[in-house]
Ligand binder design. Structure first.
Ligand code: CLF
Ligand code: SF4
Length: 493
């Protein structure tokens, strides 16, 4: 594969990928994996095609590819106790800020504007603030218009499932091959504690009757999607004391019906959002409770652990929100699609990704070869590309990995307030960052000053920037081997 003739740095409008692109250029074609699409050996090619550039369906892809949501479908046919419709849909978003609602034509213009400027863009999702299948005409018009204009963009929707069975055939016709259903229960008695009412067949249903209808429609919709080869992700909102234990059962049911991924997200419950749960004191799960349930679900439907509970109008890599750069008032009326940046970016990523996969498997082998029963928890400051390429003080989130006998796994993320603003760090902010990193053994970043390093050390967390710009797994593999490998153990004997 040849290096694109245009300036690679000019492909991205932020500096997020400068390092990735620079390294990809310097690697040239000497790399053994040049041009590799990095398909895992055990994965069917057709399946790989579907997930390889979907940041939610592939943890690996989320280092490289971005999604955007357009809030075209504000109407909803059910009431969830964790939702206040004045705010974004809690199915797929973080409540708190009202989304910019768009018409399908406005949505098309916005998608073109983002595609022209954000080369990482690979997926358009419709995920609130209402239900994509209930507000169907707007959803359909938007997906059709965008697919006509940008032929290689993946289309994705999120739904509560009640109206889903009515639209599965049309979704298949429109080549929508990723659908998320939010399924919080398979037992209507539990459902009645989550959903006070639904609107179905022209009338309102309440209590167990409502939950039973919703459950039946969700299962039917999932079965219909599976029968058409559409990949289905199940989102479950974990509500302590209501459905936390029950999620084991939910996982079993959706596995039997062909779900591809299960994404357990924590309830967001804040009285300020005005939701029933927020106002009645229903608490959210702790990070440890969430992880415990996720760990218990291992062995069932494959788990998604890198969800960021996006806004209904999110734009960018997961964990990044560039929505404010693309509000509709900033988009020209007669904008036209320019594919050049996305095309050039994909060529570079294909090469870089092959190298990353090879580096990752070497690192995993090094961890396994150490033969240790110890576990290391490592938090990484990254701007994407699978590399340690963010300064500690600029991070708004840390990606968390676990290295153990089983290899190296991404286990989640910790959101923090950016410590360094305008070149100076604030002590109170640093306290919050250190608290958010509780339980982490090592922090890896591109750069860190003495002050935060010392404060982290006081909390028992080692911070280092010697692995700056390396692949995340390469650094973790080296650290683990140095700490627990046979040579390290021999040295301490
Ligand atoms: Fe959007 Fe959802 Fe499609 Fe992704 S988000 S509609 S599947 S393109 Fe992804 Fe965001 Fe989590 Fe959703 S990180 S909230 S899972
Ligand atoms: Fe709110 Fe979404 Fe539930 Fe509808 S499906 S009530 S918009 S969280």
């Amino acid at each position: 594969m040849s290096v694109p003739a245009i300036s690679l740095e000019s492909l991205v409008s932020t500096k997020s990928f400068d390092q990735l692109l620079t390294r990809a250029k310097s690697a040239g074609c000497a790399s053994s994996s040049c041009g590799s699409s990095a398909k895992p050996d055990e994965m069917d090619s057709a399946l790989w095609q579907k997930i390889s550039d979907h940041p939610c369906y592939s943890e690996e892809a989320h280092h490289y590819f971005a999604r955007m949501h357009v809030a075209v479908a504000p109407a909803c046919n059910i009431q969830c106790n964790y939702c206040n419709r004045k705010y974004d849909c809690a199915n797929e978003s973080r409540p708190g800020v009202v989304s910019e609602k768009l018409t399908p034509d406005q949505a098309l213009r916005k998608v073109i504007a983002v595609a022209n400027e954000v080369p990482q863009l690979s997926v358009l999702g419709i995920a609130g603030p209402g239900d994509a299948c209930y507000d169907w005409d707007k959803t359909k018009a938007t997906l059709e218009r965008v697919a006509r204009e940008i032929r290689d963009i993946k289309l994705c929707i999120s739904t509560n499932g009640l109206a889903l069975p009515d639209h599965v055939a049309e979704l298949a016709d429109m080549n929508v091959d990723h659908v998320t259903i939010t399924i919080n229960m398979v037992d209507p008695e539990i459902g009645a504690k989550i959903y006070p009412w639904i609107f179905y067949n022209h009338r309102r249903h309440t209590g167990i009757d409502a939950a039973r209808i919703l459950h039946e429609r969700q299962m039917l919709g999932l079965e219909m999607l599976t029968a058409r080869g559409i990949l289905t992700k199940i989102n479950s909102v974990m509500i302590p004391g209501v459905n936390d234990e029950h999620l084991i059962e939910v996982n079993k049911w959706v596995k039997e019906r062909g779900a591809f991924l299960h994404n357990v997200v924590p309830l967001i419950s804040d009285p300020a959002h005005g939701t029933h749960f927020g106002l009645t004191g229903q608490r959210a799960p702790t990070a440890l409770e969430l992880k415990t349930v996720q760990d218990r679900l291992e062995g069932g439907v494959k788990l998604m652990r890198h969800c960021r509970q996006c806004r209904a109008d999110a734009v960018g890599l997961l964990g990044e929100d560039r929505g404010q750069e693309f509000t509709i008032d900033q988009v020209s009326d007669d904008i036209t699609y320019d594919a050049s940046k996305r095309k050039a970016y994909r060529e570079v990523v294909a090469r870089e990704r092959g190298d990353h996969v090879a580096a990752k498997s070497q690192a995993v082998a090094a961890v396994k070869a150490a033969g240790s029963g110890e576990t290391l928890v490592i938090a990484v400051a990254t701007k994407g590309g699978g590399r340690i390429n963010e300064h500690f003080g600029h991070s708004k989130e840390f990606q968390v990995y676990e290295a153990s006998q089983g290899g190296i796994s991404f286990i989640g993320h910790r959101k923090v307030e950016q410590y360094c603003q305008g070149g100076r760090g604030a002590d109170t902010t640093l306290d919050g960052v250190v608290a958010a990193l509780k339980g982490v053994d090592i922090v890896l970043c591109a750069k860190i000053g003495d002050c935060p390093k010392d404060q982290l050390a006081e909390a028992g967390i080692r911070a280092m920037d010697v692995y700056g710009y390396d692949y995340i797994e390469t650094a973790i593999g080296a650290l683990y081997a140095a700490e627990f490998g046979s040579e390290a153990l021999a040295a301490t004997a």
